[in-house]
Design a binder for this molecule. Structure first.
Ligand code: MN
Length: 501
């Protein structure tokens, strides 16, 4: 399970010596109070650590280097309570490798009309102090998030919380290991990509394994662990009679448990955060792992089918972003359409691997043949997904750059029951509608695999893409095809030219 409490955001205040020790003491007191307020905010999943007020280029540089090397520091929140001449920040900011958020706030909410004097003005001057700091960020072309408003305001806390969650996911990607069991599904284009470039740009490392390495781990699973796992299934799920201990297919359930134990052992021994499988390479495995994948995803692992390591890493990132928030994240595929007068809908599913974290109501553990792949019938969890707003995101390697495209959707109940559909499923109305959303998605080269979530929002993904310096295209209620096509053309130019700016 993912816990963000071990991470820290450093609250960094800039000032200068001009104001004398008394003012600087007050600045420090105010900053400490704001840092501890954010630390206690329900929107903030990490620790917020107050750092001493910075007044010299040397101390700023030192702080930035310290942040770079602090493994649990996921980023900085910067604020200029007073005026901090921004040339002092150049050395530090040019070395800073962690994301930063520029909080443009003021300690006092309101002007004390009858009391205000020059002392008040000197202390509360972030209105211009933060503009000086903003200039150097723009002059140096640094990606950062700017949040404006009084620090106690709900929307300010929420914006900061979103950014912190994105920064946690970014920190989690750095040095993360993704295990691939087998290669790509043969001939598929979008799931391919440059793994070296991904490691340089995005920080995670993709390790290839022959499926035999996994088979070995599955074979080595202890009978006691397999028995325990089988019992967990019987306790947790609505298991169909055929898979019950006296049922004719009980052996398949035990085999499913053996696969899960073997996969878990393999992934934890290698300290992997995400993985892929492919139905085209299962030599020695009795079933395509379905149930095991569904449950591993539930526990926070990223997953991509057919060797899709990019989606697997994205699922993991979105698991981290949404840790502790209700809603869930799953690997997903746009499967089939329902064109109707009440709105064109998408039925999302996969051969097997939809995460239990998005299930609504009862989860059934069942067994059916796999329509492709030619292996033994795999056990799998079957359920309807929750209803409500959700987002599907995909990441592609466009050759020159990585691109994230996301679509906001509304998941709705199925029009009728689906008694013969042997997989977990979600039915949704894309925003603004299927015609526009699917056309935009296709123009953008969006993948057929997505990471699908009810907890992650377009804002989390935007902040994340900004930190990663990756193109981000959002399809939502405001999308118009002609404008979207222009955005694609402009982005092509921008990302080409930006290398030289
Ligand atoms: Mn697929």
């Amino acid at each position: 399970m993912i816990d963000l409490k071990g991470y820290e955001v450093w609250f960094v205040t800039g000032s200068q010596h001009l104001y004398g020790p008394e003012v600087l003491k007050t600045v420090a007191e105010h900053s400490r109070e704001i840092a501890s307020f954010f630390g206690a905010s329900k929107y903030v999943p990490t620790q917020v650590v107050f750092k001493p007020v910075l007044t010299t280029p040397e101390s700023i540089r030192e702080l930035c280097l310290e942040a770079n090397s602090a493994g649990n520091c996921i980023g900085l929140i910067t604020w200029m309570h007073t005026f901090s001449p921004a040339k002092m920040w150049i050395a530090g900011l040019s070395l800073l490798k962690k994301p930063f958020l520029h909080l443009h706030t003021q300690y006092n909410r309101e002007i004390p009309w009858s009391e205000i004097d020059m002392n008040f003005m000197n202390l509360n001057q972030s209105a211009h102090g933060d503009r000086e700091f903003g200039f150097i960020g723009s002059r140096m072309r640094l990606n950062r998030k700017v949040v404006v408003g009084h620090w106690q305001d709900e929307d300010v806390q929420a914006s900061i919380g979103v950014w912190i969650r994105a920064a946690c996911a970014w920190a989690d990607w750095q040095g993360a290991k993704v295990a691939r069991f087998g290669d790509n599904m043969r001939d598929v284009a979008v799931t391919e990509g440059d793994k070296v470039e991904a490691q340089i740009r995005l920080g995670y490392d993709v390790y290839g394994y022959g499926v035999g390495d996994l088979v070995k781990s599955v074979k080595e699973a202890s009978d006691a662990d397999v028995k325990k796992m089988t019992q967990t299934y019987l306790d947790e799920y609505d298991v169909v009679p055929a898979l019950q201990p006296k049922g004719e297919k009980y052996a398949s359930l035990v085999e499913g448990a053996r696969i899960e134990v073997g996969m878990r052992n393999f992934l934890s021994a290698g300290n992997f955060k995400a993985f892929t499988t492919t139905f085209e390479d299962l030599h020695g495995l009795a079933q395509l792992p379905g149930l095991a994948v569904q449950r591993l995803m539930r526990d926070g692992f990223g997953f991509g089918a057919e060797g899709d390591w990019k989606t697997s890493a994205l699922v993991r990132a979105m698991k981290v972003m949404s840790a502790g928030i209700k809603g869930g994240v799953s690997f997903m595929e746009d499967y089939t359409y329902h064109f109707s007068a009440s709105g064109d809908k998408v039925l999302g599913a996969h051969m097997l691997e939809v995460c239990e974290s998005i299930a609504s109501g009862k989860v059934r553990l069942d067994i059916f043949p796999l329509s492709i792949g030619g292996k033994a019938d795999p056990v799998r969890l079957i359920f309807d997904a929750n209803t409500g707003p959700a987002i599907g995101a995909s990441i592609m390697d466009m050759g020159q750059r990585f691109r994230i495209v996301a679509n906001v959707v509304d998941v709705v109940p199925t029009d009728k029951p689906l008694p013969k559909l042997p997989v977990a499923r979600a039915l949704w109305l894309p925003r603004p509608n299927l015609k526009v959303a699917a056309a935009a998605w296709i123009y953008a080269g969006g993948a057929h695999h997505t990471s699908f979530s009810y907890a992650v929002t377009a804002d989390h993904l935007r902040d994340f893409a900004e930190m990663a310096n990756v193109e981000y295209l959002l399809i939502n209620e405001d999308t118009h095809i002609e404008e979207f096509k222009k955005e694609l053309r402009w982005n092509d130019l921008y990302y080409h030219l930006a290398k030289g700016i």
